[in-house]
Every structure is written in C-alpha cells, then in structure tokens.
Design a protein around this ligand. Sequence first.
Ligand SMILES: Cc1cc2nc3c(=O)[nH]c(=O)nc-3n(C[C@H](O)[C@H](O)[C@H](O)COP(=O)(O)OP(=O)(O)OC[C@H]3O[C@@H](n4cnc5c(N)ncnc54)[C@H](O)[C@@H]3O)c2cc1C
Length: 392
Amino acid sequence: MNGPRIAVVGAGVLGAWTARSLQLRGARVTLVDAWGPANSRSSSGDETRIIRGAYGDQPHYVELTDRSFHLWEELGSGSSGPLLDRIGALWLFGDDSSFVTQALPHLERWHFPIEPLETTTARRRFPQINWDGVVAAYHEHRAGLLYARRAVREVVARFASAGGELRLARVQPRSATNAGRHGLVLADGSSLKADRYVFAAGPWLCELFPDWIGPWLRPTRQEVFYFGTPAGDADLTGAALPAWIDNARGSWYGIPGNEDRGFKISSNDLGAVVDPTTAERTPDAVRLQRARVHLGFRFPALAGAPLLESRVCQYENTPDRDLLIDFSPEDPNTLVIGGGSGHAFKMGPALGELVARITLGEVPPPAIFQTGRFASWPPEDPRLKAFAALQR
Ligand SMILES: Cc1cc2nc3c(=O)[nH]c(=O)nc-3n(C[C@H](O)[C@H](O)[C@H](O)COP(=O)(O)OP(=O)(O)OC[C@H]3O[C@@H](n4cnc5c(N)ncnc54)[C@H](O)[C@@H]3O)c2cc1C
C-alpha cells in the first residue's frame, strides 16, 4: 500500500472504525491507544450498548444508524461470538412522545419498523412491566444490543490482521495541537509522524485540545448497574423483553440480562464532570439507590434484587449533545471525531466511514457537526446555560 500515512489516536468505537475504514481505502494507518482498545476507562468499554433507530427529528442519525446496522451485521457474521442481538427496543413515554412521533417518517424511510402499543396489548405482551404512568409506548423491532467491548476489539483485530499497526502508547497532550508540523510525541519520548492525524479520544479530547475542543466538551460521570434476576426466570432476559428506554418517569434505560450478566439499568441524568484518567469507578450510593427504586417500580419482580456488577464511565457531552467532527482551525491535517454525548456507539461503523472519507478529502465535515455551529448561538441560549452549569 502506498496510500497516505494516517495516525488515529484512540481505539474506542470511533477510532477503531475510523482506522479500519481508512485501511480499507488504502491508507497506512497507525492506531494508538494509551490503555488499549475498549479499555475500562473508555466510554466504549462496557459490556453492552443499545442500537435503535428513533432519533426525534434528526434524520442524519437514522441514516448513520441504518448504515451502521449493516456494517455491524457484516462484522458479526465473521466473528467467533455474537456482536449484535436483535432483541428490539421498547420506548415508554408519559405525555410527550414527540421523540418517536417526529421520527416516524425517518424510520419508515430507512426501514426501521416501529409499532405503537395500545395499553391492553402492551400489558399482555410485556406483563413483566408495571405500566403505571405510561401514556404511549412503541416497540421498535429493528433494534437491540451490541456487545460493545467485544465488538470494538473485533474491529481492531480485523485491522491488525490486515496489517494495521496498533500501538499501546499515550500521546502527550501538548503535542496534539502541533501534530501537523512536528508529529506526535508519545509518553516514552518517541515521535510518531504521519501525513494526517485523526483524534478519536472521547472525553480526553478536552486535554488534547484545551482551547479548541475544551470549551465544548464536558465528560460527566455515568453509572451503570447490573442487577440479579430471580433464578430460572426467562421473562427478564432478552428472550422475552427488548432493550427499554423509559421516559415516562425520569429518563432511564436498560438491557435485560445479556449473556446472563444481569439486568442492566442506567439513567440519562448527567453526573458530575470528571477526569476520565483519574476518576475512581466506585458506584455512588445515592445513584445506586435511585436505580433500585426505579427498577423495583417498573419491573416489580426485581424489587429488592441484588446488585451483581456496576460500571462507571463517562458521557462526553457537547452543549447540544450532537457530535463533533471537524478539522483543527490551526492545522488542515488534523481532524477530531467525538462528542458522542451518550449515544454514539451504535453509529461507530458509519461514523468511521464518514471520517475516513473526510480525512481523505472526499467530503467536508457536515456543518451540523462542526465546532463553528456554536458561534451563532446567543449567550442566553438555555443549552449553553445548562452546559455551563455542569461542574466538577
Ligand atoms: C453509561 C453509558 C451508556 C451509553 N449507552 C449508549 C447506548 O446505549 N447506545 C449508544 O449508541 N451509545 C451509548 N453510549 C455512548 C457511547 O458509549 C460513546 O459515545 C462511545 O463509546 C464513545 O466512543 P469514543 O471512541 O468516542 O470514545 P472512547 O470509547 O472513550 O475512546 C477513546 C479512547 O481514546 C484513548 N485515549 C485518550 N487519550 C489518549 C491519548 N492521549 N493517547 C492515546 N490514547 C488516548 C482512550 O484510552 C480511549 O480508549 C453510552 C455511554 C455511556 C457512558
């Protein structure tokens, strides 16, 4: 191969798929990660992630998810263990179900079947659920769970076996801004030179680009709990229950027992701003208690269930929770992809393709993902106020 040499920093879902897509387009790629692909500090390192198509009135995400669905299935068909389990997704709403109703034309266009559930059908189909407070429910059929950590490591394994270079090394943050001029400096003092640089460093983008990305990214602490189901009870596994997103009472979501690892529950409420390198990953007692209360309310058979496992990872939030894909204002050969804001995993394959095409000069970064979008926001925009209120 004599395509351009490209260094990709970060082997989470976005860096892994970017590296693989660049490689498939003939680039010579070095993928660097400080702690390894889908490591326990990264946002991509959990057991599972939900994949679903409904995205409010944001058709670009539906299109990216549709493309990703195909690529995840293709990846899974050649892997030793399952990567995607199509158990469906169940949406629960109180009075406001606009997130799904706005999505209906987009779901139809990209072939994501979604079924409104009448109360009686819902109760009959899913008797495990307490339907109190649910005004509207939808069953999305082309949806389910991704085995997150396993899937990322599979992408990286394909990359490496096709000749891609994987390096376990930390890029010195201060070298990122000047990568185009001087190359990257690694923690052992060695340097890494390439023609172009893609930074897919999740929440660490803040420390790599403090002036450019720092103002628009806040990593928040998010907790995930895995509770034990009653012995012999298949009703609380993926065999009988889809992944679920409960907006009828707060903002909760979860995945029923995947590969017998426990019933997962997490909240979309943003936690404190954290440093992803030094953050302790012990669960917060208050958030654990809130999760227990919601679990027992919505799934009565799980009231009093024991906690089996927990994880603490981070959302890497932007003010509008939309992605960041952009060239550095100081260097046309440096690109960032990040700002997943708690929802980017599912779209990793299509985002990797998109970023590969941008890096190779085939298309520009979409305006909706460029950092310049914030410049037109008035200071009193409530999203900016909420973002500024996120504190360490
Ligand atoms: C609790 C939780 C639930 C979520 N649920 C969903 C869901 O159901 N569906 C969904 O689609 N998305 C979900 N997400 C979001 C999704 O997981 C993330 O958006 C996605 O994993 C981000 O991937 P990334 O590659 O950008 O970052 P990361 O996975 O964080 O990867 C960044 C990598 O960069 C490396 N790195 C950082 N700095 C350096 C450096 N200086 N040198 C070298 N390497 C470096 C790190 O080691 C890391 O491996 C969830 C997130 C969380 C936290």
